[in-house]
Write a protein that binds this ligand. Structure first.
Ligand SMILES: Cc1cc2nc3c(=O)[nH]c(=O)nc-3n(C[C@H](O)[C@H](O)[C@H](O)COP(=O)(O)OP(=O)(O)OC[C@H]3O[C@@H](n4cnc5c(N)ncnc54)[C@H](O)[C@@H]3O)c2cc1C
Length: 501
């Protein structure tokens, strides 16, 4: 812990201001691009628009295409005049891009409202948080030995290495692939972590199977709807997301996306891009984007295009590539379906072994990987706007709960979890990749000036991962455009940066 603080302190001391980025200080080789398109206005696309503006300057036209809502997988549902996050909801305190966006946009951190967590195995609660931190630590030690200390140290070491990215990016360095990016942060160890199962890495570390089954598996289920055979790298991202130092944006996380679009002075086009095809004139390549709007169809030429939406083989984003070999050939797989059901009602605490709801002390219930258990988690949730007098509803009162499950809940399942309810709102997400070990990572560069952001999700899917990829693509596009090869895929960056200072 001390090491981490020291590292952060040093990082802050050497943090160059955003305006000091390499893009702004280097000489342009040719003319600047005149038009750039970003496809998708989720956090990845809007952050890309913002960083592109920073690097390419005020003159370039930045168009962002969005077929649905700005925010993408950052979205809310309204219950009883209050909004609740239905997609990406929590942000780690060390997610520096997200922090920086919130600061630049003048947004606020949402106040966190304490609540205890339990783990349920389908029959009974097997692990419960108490009001006493030391008692919780003692119980963990009693039940699992030192597994949790080993785990904590492992996650911290990975985060410490991952945080090098902020320094590299602040100095203007870019990477042409997700493998290059991860390799620069954690060497072959990080790349291997995208290929081997989490459970193997943890067992090798000395974490017990008992701890994996009762603590790690529930965390993977709530964060990624999957089990401990997901790759170790995304497993570590998920474990970082289970720490206590988490936050969210007051008013809803999607406000970051609309704010970034404004900050970037980007044009939002409500349109679904259908085709991207290269158009050559001599040595120059541009990209023709065809798109459909509510009123008709159109097409435009762009110098640079960033695709900031997941590509999948079956449920494609609707984008087709013409005139060059399709990147679909190299996609590792499909996205995982997670259903978010927001229920306004009375939790059936008897189902968890607490017939008297007044004695049910938990705000969140995670679940073990038990066959036939139809949900991954159920939690009492707070609205995106928290007033000063807000308090969590007690289990004997009607409250707002969010249930994550692999399938939509049927009536019987709803009746199992809730004594009665007033309303049910269902959002079916193609939420994050369906992870398996040995999948490989999709390319970032699809063509000369055509980039793909969401390949990073196959290493780990989170708002900050999309933001890191956004900064990387803006830098990469800038360096490629200006033929600055010495700023791409450089080795031994820690050493280089030290000697640059
Ligand atoms: C239920 C759930 C819970 C999650 N929890 C967390 C969490 O707690 N913390 C966290 O950090 N992350 C979480 N995540 C992951 C996080 O939400 C995503 O990693 C992140 O939002 C991805 O952003 P993106 O911009 O890369 O993609 P998206 O948000 O998917 O944005 C892509 C956009 O492109 C648009 N689009 C698609 N095709 C086209 C087209 N042809 N033309 C024009 N537009 C198009 C889409 O409409 C969409 O708006 C969660 C995700 C889900 C679903």
């Amino acid at each position: 812990m001390l090491r981490l603080f020291l590292f952060l302190f040093l990082l802050l001391l050497s943090w160059p201001p955003v305006s000091g980025d390499a893009g702004a200080t280097r000489l342009d080789v040719g003319g600047p691009p005149s038009k750039i398109a970003v496809i998708g206005a989720g956090i990845g696309g809007t952050a890309t628009a913002h960083f592109l503006r920073q690097h390419f300057g005020p003159e370039v036209q930045v168009d962002v295409f969005e077929k649905g809502e700005v925010g993408g997988r950052l979205a809310t549902v309204t219950v009883n005049h209050h909004d609740y996050e239905s997609g990406g909801s929590i942000i780690h305190s060390l997610n520096l891009h997200m922090q920086d966006f919130v600061k630049q946009l003048g947004l606020k951190y949402r106040r966190s409202v304490a609540g205890k967590t339990a783990v349920f195995n389908g029959e009974e609660v097997i692990l419960e948080e108490t009001d006493w931190y030391l008692l919780d630590l003692f119980r963990l030690w009693w039940r699992y030995g030192i597994s949790f200390i080993r785990l904590q140290m492992w996650v911290e070491e990975i985060m410490e290495k991952f945080m090098r990215i902020y320094k590299y990016q602040a100095h203007g360095y870019a990477f042409s692939s997700v493998e290059e990016l991860l390799g620069s942060l954690g060497g072959s160890g990080f790349i291997n972590m995208t290929r081997r199962p989490l459970s193997d890495s943890l067992l090798e570390l000395g974490v017990s199977q008992h701890f994996i089954d009762e603590v790690i598996a529930p965390i993977m289920r709530v964060n990624y709807g999957q089990n401990v055979s997901i790759p170790a790298f995304v497993g570590a991202v998920s474990l970082a997301g289970a720490q206590t130092n988490l936050w969210a944006v007051e008013g809803g996380n999607k406000l970051v996306c609309s704010g970034l679009l404004k900050l970037a002075n980007a044009n939002l086009l409500q349109a679904q891009v259908t085709t991207v095809s290269p158009v050559y004139s001599g040595e120059i390549v541009q990209y023709q984007l065809s798109f459909n709007t509510a009123t008709g169809s159109g097409s435009e030429l762009y110098d640079i295009v960033v695709l900031a939406t997941p590509l999948q083989t079956s449920v494609a984003s609707g984008v087709k590539f013409q005139g060059f070999s399709s990147p679909f050939d190299t996609l590792p797989g499909e996205y995982h379906r997670t259903v978010a059901t927001v229920v306004h009602g009375y939790l059936n605490t008897s189902f968890f072994g607490f017939p008297d709801p007044r004695l049910f002390p938990f705000a969140s219930v995670l679940t073990t990987d038990t066959p036939d258990l139809f949900f991954n988690s159920a939690a009492s949730v707070c609205p995106v706007n928290i007033s000063a007098g807000f308090r969590r509803k007690q289990p004997q009162e009607a409250g707002i709960y969010k249930v994550f499950s692999p399938q939509p809940l049927d009536k019987a399942q709803l009746k199992t979890l809730f004594r009665s309810y007033y309303s049910v709102q269902v959002t079916e997400w193609q939420a994050y990749p369906q992870y398996a070990s040995g999948q490989g990572l999709p390319p970032v560069e699809l063509h000369s000036n055509l980039y793909y952001l969401n390949g990073i999700e196959w290493a780990g899917s989170a708002m900050e991962m999309s933001s890191v990829a956004a900064k990387n693509i803006a830098l990469l596009a800038y360096h490629r455009w200006n033929r600055q090869t010495d700023m791409v895929d450089q080795k031994d960056l820690m050493h280089r940066i030290k000697t640059e200072l």
